[in-house]
Write a protein of this length. Structure first.
Length: 367
């Protein structure tokens, strides 16, 4: 019986338990495979069949585009949605500029030049140029690919330059005040629109998670909760949430539960598999279309700058942080994987004088 292949962290190399299998494409682009006794032997063979430029001139070996296609085809250890994003960013931003360059000829200077070109490029979404955080996100798949090439021996080392890393400033993260949120709710045209925005603001769900919430995910009696299990994005459709921490039950208020019951009644008591929030024609919400037709005009009427859906998530986190002064409460509500990320984002809302008299009060109790 053929041994089952287990993916390793090295693209194109699989473990069988007693040996390693290298899958590669020959010059005619047909897929081949070779069995090796050790991982080092497999890595050396993979480097050889991918035309190792480290053994010859930088002018030999695969181009960036050739290696990228091979790497993307055999990418292991990442979610399908991540693989799609890797391919999109490489094709849109990297291969169009340096795809014809030999992998062995890449150096830090050339990659730094690419980064600054992306930084200065003006787009409809970034009329004054991209931020460095956006540039670093765009180039992340390129960095991962070059690390794999170095591990496989295709290049001697990853030629990555130092790029600016601006420090995140939590106070610049956009959120609405209670007064602004109230004005926005009042400016929305229909009860369903008000419920949708209020639901996001009261639960802190991501818009991708709201688009996947079905009536069977809601417990509206007793202690009402929303069970977050899935998300929906245009990129990869409906999938499980991105991590185990992202899933879970989010408690909601009894008043919001009553409004959801009324919403269900208005829509003819749909079954448990039906979506809670839909477009006017009953199909899944298109967030870009909803922003353009409903949310942006409501912001104008409310006298606030147009916002994205994620601002409502930050609004929820900010209000909870200001009310509870408890980072763990915010982390649980927003389902952040890291408490340090929550603290960095909302620390400016915590009370600087909290605990100032804790030692004095403890000493007083001993007397």
């Amino acid at each position: 019986m053929t041994a089952r292949l287990k993916r390793t962290r090295h693209p194109g190399i699989y473990e069988t338990g007693e040996s390693y299998v290298v899958r590669y494409r020959d010059q005619s682009r047909r897929q081949r495979q070779k069995t090796c006794r050790t991982l080092d032997e497999a890595k050396r063979w993979r480097a050889k069949v991918t035309l190792n430029p480290a053994a010859g001139s930088p002018r030999s070996g695969p181009t960036v585009s050739e290696y990228a296609e091979d790497w993307l085809t055999m990418l292991a250890g990442v979610r399908p949605a991540t693989a799609i994003e890797y391919r999109r960013d490489l094709e849109n931003y990297v291969l169009a500029r340096v795809g014809a360059v030999r992998l062995g000829a890449l150096d830090a200077r050339r990659i730094r030049k690419l980064a600054y070109e992306l930084r200065e490029e003006k787009t409809a979404r970034a009329p004054s140029g991209r931020s460095w955080s956006t540039v670093r996100r765009i180039l992340a798949p390129f960095s991962v690919m070059l690390s794999a090439a170095a591990e496989d021996g295709v290049i001697p080392a990853r030629p990555w330059p130092r790029l600016p890393t601006p420090r995140r400033e939590p106070t610049k993260r956009r959120h609405l005040s209670i007064e602004e949120l109230a004005r926005l709710l009042a400016a929305l045209p229909t009860p369903q629109d008000r419920l949708l925005v209020r639901f996001l603001a009261e639960t802190g769900l991501r818009i991708s998670e709201l688009k996947a919430v079905r009536w069977g995910d809601l417990e509206l009696d007793g202690d009402p909760v929303v069970c977050v299990r899935r998300r929906h994005r245009l990129l990869d459709g409906e999938q499980e949430t991105k991590s185990e921490r992202s899933s879970g039950n989010v408690p909601i208020t009894a008043e919001l539960a009553r409004e959801l019951k009324a919403h269900r009644l208005r829509n003819g008591q749909p079954g448990p598999e039906r979506l809670v929030f839909t477009a006017g024609d009953g199909r899944r919400i298109d967030e870009a279309n909803y922003r353009r037709r409903t949310l942006d005009p409501a912001c104008v009427r409310a006298g606030i700058p147009p916002i994205g859906f994620h601002v409502l998530r930050h609004t929820h986190g900010s209000i909870v942080a200001a009310a509870t002064r408890d980072v763990r409460a915010v982390q649980r509500r927003l389902r952040h994987a890291s408490a340090s990320f929550t603290l960095e984002t909302y620390v400016h809302l915590l009370d600087d004088r909290a605990g100032v008299d804790a030692v004095r009060r403890a000493l007083d109790q001993t007397q």
